[in-house]
Design a protein around this ligand. Structure first.
Ligand code: ADP
Length: 211
């Protein structure tokens, strides 16, 4: 069975995490941030060390351990009852992050929508990341050279992920707006996406429920 997924897409600092956290509070939606999964690893674990090495330079962690971490995390969420794949939609934030990851995940996820949080003002992204570095103690956002490297990685490797999916799934969202307006734009689209046939609390039917 494929996981039903919505991709939160955009450059570092575009607001994927902010929106993902809010949307993940809606029943039947679950937020998964790949960056958070990496940051939750112990820094002295083998993958934790790899993460620090790559993220500290603004580079992507290699694909194979990244996908493994994603799979294990999702399975863990399932095992602990935080994610019910038959009823829930996972909001993927930060994965897939290059075309190869999209290819590997093709048989694992059913993408029902992609929100491209675009932000044409690069300086706005840089200042958001710097503010976040102070607030959240994030080593990868603390240094302006690393921020520039992350934005380069986005342009070079990540942007092309959009080409891996049908255009009709992609929704352009202006992320220069205040978070509440970004949220509103996303919600207007999410409410129109057909629901899975089963949702929490028993069986419901897509379309008209029987009398
Ligand atoms: P942001 O929210 O600013 O886009 P993240 O928190 O998603 O940043 O990611 C932080 C770092 O974690 C990335 O710069 C990268 O090194 C690593 N990372 C996160 N997701 C992936 C992924 N799918 N593939 C490879 N590396 C990743």
């Amino acid at each position: 069975m494929k996981y039903r997924a919505i991709l939160l897409f955009g450059a570092p600092g575009a607001g994927k995490g902010t929106q993902g956290k809010i949307l993940g509070q809606i029943p039947n939606f679950v937020h998964f941030s790949c960056g958070d999964a990496f940051r939750n690893l112990r820094v002295d674990s083998p993958l934790g060390r790899v993460f620090v090495e790559y993220a500290g330079k603004g580079h992507l962690v290699p694909d194979e351990p990244t996908i493994e971490l994603w799979k294990k995390s999702i399975e863990g969420m399932e095992a602990t009852g935080r994610f019910h794949p038959e009823a829930d939609t996972v909001l993927l934030d930060g994965i897939p992050r290059n075309p190869n990851q999209a290819l590997i995940m093709r048989d694992l996820i059913d993408v029902v929508a992609i929100f491209n949080l675009f932000c044409p003002q690069v300086e706005k992204l840089v200042s958001r990341l710097q503010r976040r570095a102070l607030k959240e103690n994030r080593l990868d956002d603390a240094n302006v050279d690393v921020i520039r490297a992350r934005l380069e990685t986005y342009k070079r490797d990540t942007r092309a992920v959009l080409e891996c999916y049908d255009d009709r799934l992609i929704h352009q969202i202006d992320s220069t707006q205040e978070p509440m307006h970004v949220l509103l734009d996303i919600l207007k689209i999410i409410v129109r996406i057909p629901k899975p046939a089963v949702s929490d609390g028993g069986t419901v039917f897509a379309g008209n429920a029987p009398a």
